[in-house]
Ligand binder design. Structure first.
Ligand SMILES: Cc1cc2nc3c(=O)[nH]c(=O)nc-3n(C[C@H](O)[C@H](O)[C@H](O)COP(=O)(O)OP(=O)(O)OC[C@H]3O[C@@H](n4cnc5c(N)ncnc54)[C@H](O)[C@@H]3O)c2cc1C
Length: 376
């Protein structure tokens, strides 16, 4: 169906910036661009009713990496680039909390624990005391703390079965948020700033500037009408390859489970297992667990059973409790864990490959790409 004159005129034509993808990165970039250029007409286009990517489907960890994840990052990226990555997560979280407010996103300074469970071969070995000391010294310029990670006793965590836990590395610096509230707060700010956010509209093609970039829009996943915009930004993360070749980013699914309410459950720290491939936390009096991508299981029933097995091992009071919510979210990953933020083709910028910590990095990446666009 063709768009009406009114639809085109009001939301799609003579746009100074069109952002494709209404997740945390797209909305943050639009907000920053509007701040830099208050007169710009900006439209954000999102094909899903809420957001089909990670931003409304994540676990709500306000995290910057567990000890074993960071050890891996340092090995792969080297100390300097890995620290840059941690800095992006750290700065992004501060920015998110400042811009939206802790109350609006229900931020809770829960602290975190990385658990090594008895009877479960860990994905990565437990770091030695020397490795933890070395990690603390390396990360101190970012966290301003000499004790970002500490070895602690499993018995200190009310509600967990300490007999099932071999080792615990705790960090007081991590927290959790309410993901739904975060996205609603972003939408609210976009609305107040006069940014148009259009849902249910698919971008089915883009063309580089000649002289202006072109964008094809449709109510369905195919076909559509071409429009031009002064500038185009793709923040489609895992789905970037659908619109542009040559970017090292591809989708990876992640399962998330949430239990029914558990009577008497105390607030829990955020939990990392297997170098962050499995994560768990409490949401009010429910428990959430997700991940397990490293097990390579195609059968979702088997994956769910493995996740529930870990949940029950850590929290005895989760046994016999129903799983009330289950969903899948899509991560955008590639060879490297650093995001891709660049002008990929004339007039078309991209800010994609947010990996598993895009809540942390998302707003920072949005700001970074908007600043880059402002210079063009
Ligand atoms: C299960 C799960 C758990 C996670 N847990 C955490 C966590 O606890 N902490 C953390 O920091 N990070 C976490 N992440 C990662 C984080 O959620 C993502 O990195 C982040 O949300 C990415 O944001 P984004 O804006 O780049 O992309 P997305 O949120 O994926 O947004 C991209 C949007 O583009 C839209 N789109 C794509 N193609 C088109 C098109 N052609 N036309 C129109 N629209 C299009 C999609 O519908 C989507 O809404 C998790 C991710 C998942 C999947």
């Amino acid at each position: 169906m063709a768009f009406s004159y009114w639809e085109s005129n009001q939301w799609l034509t003579k746009r100074n910036l069109v952002v494709v993808g209404g997740g945390i990165v797209g909305l943050s970039a639009a907000l920053r661009a509007k701040e830099l250029h208050p007169s710009w007409k900006i439209t954000v286009i999102e094909r899903h009713p809420f957001g089909g990517g990670g931003s409304t489907r994540n676990a709500g960890f306000a995290c910057f990496g567990s000890a074993t994840e960071l050890r891996e990052d340092r090995l792969i990226l080297g100390d300097v680039r890995a620290l840059d990555l941690v800095q992006q997560r750290w700065t992004g979280l501060q920015l998110l909390r400042k811009r939206l407010g802790d109350q609006a996103i229900a931020y809770r300074a829960s602290g975190s624990v990385e658990l090594f469970l008895k009877g479960h071969e860990p994905h990565a070995p437990m770091p030695t005391v020397e490795e933890i000391a070395n990690l603390n010294a390396w990360i101190a310029p970012v966290t301003s703390s000499s004790k970002t990670f500490q070895l602690v006793d499993a018995q200190s965590f009310n509600g967990m079965d300490s007999t099932a836990i071999q080792h615990v590395i705790a960090s007081p610096l991590e927290g959790g948020i309410d993901t739904g509230k975060m996205m609603q707060a972003l939408h609210h700010q976009a609305h107040l700033a006069g940014i148009d956010v259009v849902h249910g509209c698919h971008v089915t093609g883009v063309l580089p500037a000649a002289p202006l970039p072109q964008i094809r829009l449709s109510e369905s996943p195919e076909g559509g009408s071409w429009f031009e915009a002064d500038r185009l930004l793709l923040t489609t993360n895992a789905f970037a390859g659908e619109l542009m070749d040559g970017l090292d980013v591809h989708p990876a699914s992640n399962m998330v489970l949430v239990t029914a309410p558990i009577h008497g459950l105390a607030p829990q720290p955020t939990v990392h297992i297997d170098a962050g491939y499995v994560y768990a936390r409490s949401i009010g009096n429910r428990l959430l667990i997700g991940g397990g991508r490293h097990w390579g299981l195609d059968d979702s029933a088997e994956l769910e059973s493995q996740l529930v097995n870990r949940l029950n091992a850590i929290w005895p009071n989760s046994r016999n409790v129903k799983i009330e919510h289950r969903w899948t979210g899509v991560l955008g990953i590639g060879q490297e864990r650093l995001p891709i933020i660049q002008e990929a083709k004339p007039g078309i910028h991209v800010a994609v490959r947010l990996g598993g910590m895009g809540v942390a990095m998302g707003m920072q990446c949005g700001h970074q790409v908007a600043d880059l666009i402002a210079k063009t």
